[in-house]
Design a protein around this ligand. Sequence first.
Ligand code: GDP
Ligand code: MG
Length: 382
Amino acid sequence: RRGASLSDLAEKIGVDAASLVQVLFHLGEMVTATQSVSDDTLEVLGAELEYNIEVVSPEDEDRELLESFDLEFGEDLGDEDDLAARPPVVTVMGHVDHGKTRLLDTLRKSNVAGGEAGGITQAIGAYQVQTTIDGVDRGITFIDTPGHEAFTAMRARGAKSTDIAVLVVAADDGVMPQTIEALNHAKAAGIPVVVAVNKIDKEAADPVRVRGELSEFGLIPEEYGGDTQFVDVSALTGEGLDRLLEAVVLTADAALDLRANPDMPAQGVAIEAHLDKGRGPVATVLIHRGTLRIGESIVAGSAYGRVRALINDKGENLTEAPPSMPVQVLGLTAVPGAGDNVLVVDDDRMARQIADKRGSRMRAAAQAVGSRRKTLDQLFEQ
Ligand code: GDP
Ligand code: MG
């Protein structure tokens, strides 16, 4: 495991962490129990205790599991000839109270007003809006959980579900600590940023100052010769939101190659899931590639099932969901975790086998943590 500490190892093999610290001390390494140690150190320690320690990350373990079923998650988006454009997936980030929630709400509502009459959007964790650029209809998918925490948690689990970050900065407040944090997360993930300079309806708004402040952090506005789009908006009045959508699409077109084969077994990631009293487990899935269809066997983390219904952000029942479309999936036997990968597999049997293996692995890990600790003496006595 990456970043494992002596306490982690002690739990795994059922010994006292203090003893491990001692053994390492005698080997000439001074480490505390909670400090994370290198994989090499773990292996050396294992050899000393006559344990054969092989460091395997959960990601590697899962990759091997899928490989044993001739499956692979995430890498294969299709052959060059089969690729079709897909909408960008956007996460809204920024400092608290700068207007992330308001922006997401206004975008969702304004799209309903301009789109199909009477459509009311459902809170399903993500939604898609349409904008017209050069006479062409373009979709944009927004993940509805603002803040970089959800983003970081998903990324830590290897779920690459965001293409572009919209960084919201209140023009009356300027760049704040979480603005920089959000920016650093986007940088670390290699995700392009579009800046929404918000609250321009306010008297104290100073959008020029925001441009200057962010320039110091490497986000240079296009109008100053840089390559970052800054758009002045008001999440309150809706001013500038069309230009914001346009900036997102233009940034996607300039910086990213967003294509996937829609004609493959679908794969995606669960961005939200819960247990619904009437409908059972409900997961919102963002499709990465392929098209998810009713009746297909799927595995989602350690849950599995057959797709019974697909529901979009307007509450409409669909028969299929293409790449970048957020869709509620009904028919799972359990509630998957946010960030869990979702795969269409050959049949129910395969889905169940993969889910069961993942489930027992998770239980084993939980048990290891709870297991009784033995002293090193007891260990040597065995
Ligand atoms: P979050 O913490 O980033 O999600 O911020 P919110 O969306 O909750 O907004 C914080 C406060 O700012 C709320 O009272 C919003 O109504 C207000 N607000 C958000 N956007 C604007 C805007 O464009 N103009 C004005 N005047 N107020 C805004
Ligand atoms: Mg909020």
